[in-house]
Design a protein around this ligand. Structure first.
Ligand code: ARG
Length: 406
């Protein structure tokens, strides 16, 4: 078993217990905790995190600020791909895992660790993302998953923490499992596990309704990247936060879905992702006027594939990287402005889009006097376009033209 282990540490009950458990049960000699800040608002104070990790038995606790990296690189790529798993979920947790993996592996190299560890159970996607991601960046590193092995209930873990004097205010009852970062919040468990039950409103924070609205936002994109909000330059993290606030304040950006996990389980989850949904919605609206038809249609297929790969833990993989290159190429034309309106109850609507390089041509589209389209050209086009069907129909005789008897 590994001697020196770098653990992805959240400061919560499971990863705190994991430190001590690996030392006791697997004779791990040294555990180095790494906390990766990807914009989770529930992250404890750095001193509290460090103190808790050390009390659990860690030799060190390193806190990494990866908010910018998460925003610019990971959320930025997700915007290019209008990324929504199974057409709905904007990959909140799936996007943060490769960020965490990258810092785990970097720390493992710095301290000469022979393994990394995570606190995921055996039923979810996150174990897949941590392990496949680590193997992609560091095929020689072992990955340990104590929570998949220890067979403790939550109550057992609370007792274990108490026994080892790990200072953590965790209770034996915890209704929801929540994972959060800049891109939104994922909420599981409790009543949400009944797909017939309406989702409870109490776990919502980003989309807790606190304004009457309506509010609007103008987002300016340059080559697929959002750069201005209402004309003001903003880095990606600030932009996401501002839109989380603006869209979230009227309850926009909630998602209720039953999704297919990588491990074959159908699971009902709810998400609140106001900023992510606003940026993806606006970006897709700008693509509507800037991407050529065939490119747009092919991209829509590959966007879905990109989201599946990222959901399935394949952020670091050859197909995902090749798709990234395709996406960057498509984004050259995606420059312009989109106006969104947010209003109760949770509505988010595109109300305008424009681009200096739009393929939308008013002269071609209009029905008024400024029409530039050559109507007569359509006659020959349609005749030839429909020729195959016309020939086929002529061979059928009257068969096709008789309405069914009612
Ligand atoms: N089902 C989502 C996903 O697989 C969210 C997972 C949230 N994780 C958690 N520990 N609550 O990406």
């Amino acid at each position: 078993m590994a001697k020196r282990v770098v653990l992805a540490y959240s400061g919560g009950l499971d990863t705190s217990v994991a430190v001590r458990w690996m030392i006791e049960e697997w004779s791990v000699k040294e555990v180095i905790c790494v906390v990766v800040d990807v914009g989770q608002s529930d992250l404890a104070d750095p001193d509290v995190l460090r103190q808790r990790a050390l009390a659990a038995g860690a030799s060190d606790c390193i806190i990494v600020d990866a908010r910018r990296e998460m925003a610019e690189e990971f959320c930025g790529a997700a915007i290019y791909a209008n990324a929504k798993y199974e057409g709905k979920y904007p990959l909140v947790s799936a996007l943060s895992r490769p960020v965490i993996v990258r810092h785990l592996v970097a720390t493992a190299r710095q301290v000469g660790a022979d393994a990394v560890a995570h606190g995921c159970t055996g039923k979810g996607n996150d174990q897949v993302r941590f392990e496949v991601g680590t193997h992609a960046l560091a095929p020689d590193l072992e990955v340990l998953a104590p929570a998949r092995n220890w067979g403790m209930t939550r109550a057992d873990s609370v007792d274990y923490a108490a026994k080892w004097n790990i200072p953590i205010a965790a209770t034996k009852e915890k209704i929801y499992s929540i994972d959060e970062n800049l891109w939104g919040r994922a909420i599981e468990c409790g009543d949400i596990e009944d797909p017939w039950a309406e989702p409870p409103t109490e776990p919502y924070t980003l989309t807790a309704v606190r304004a009457d609205g309506p509010t609007e936002a103008m987002i300016t994109f340059e080559a697929g990247r959002p750069v201005l909000l209402d004309g003001t330059p903003m880095d990606m993290a600030s932009l996401i936060e501002a839109l989380n606030e603006r869209a979230g304040s009227v309850g926009a950006g909630r998602i209720d879905m039953v999704e297919n996990r990588r491990v074959g389980i159908k699971s009902r989850e709810v998400y609140e992702c106001p900023g992510a949904m606003a940026l993806i919605t606006a970006h897709a609206a700008l693509e509507d006027i800037t991407l050529e038809r065939d490119l747009a249609r092919e991209k829509a297929r590959l966007d879905l594939r990109w989201a599946e790969l990222v959901y399935d833990g394949m952020w670091f993989s050859p197909l995902k990287e090749a798709l990234d290159a395709f996406l960057v190429e498509t984004q050259r034309a995606v420059t312009g402005d989109v106006r969104l309106r947010f209003e109760k109850p949770g509505l988010m609507t595109v109300i305008g889009r424009r681009s200096p390089i739009a393929l939308y041509d008013h002269g071609l589209a209009t029905y008024d006097a400024s029409d530039t389209f050559r109507h007569a050209d359509s006659e020959g086009f349609v005749r030839i376009y429909g020729l195959g069907v016309k020939t086929w129909a002529a061979r059928q005789g009257a068969k096709n033209s008789t309405p069914p008897q009612s």
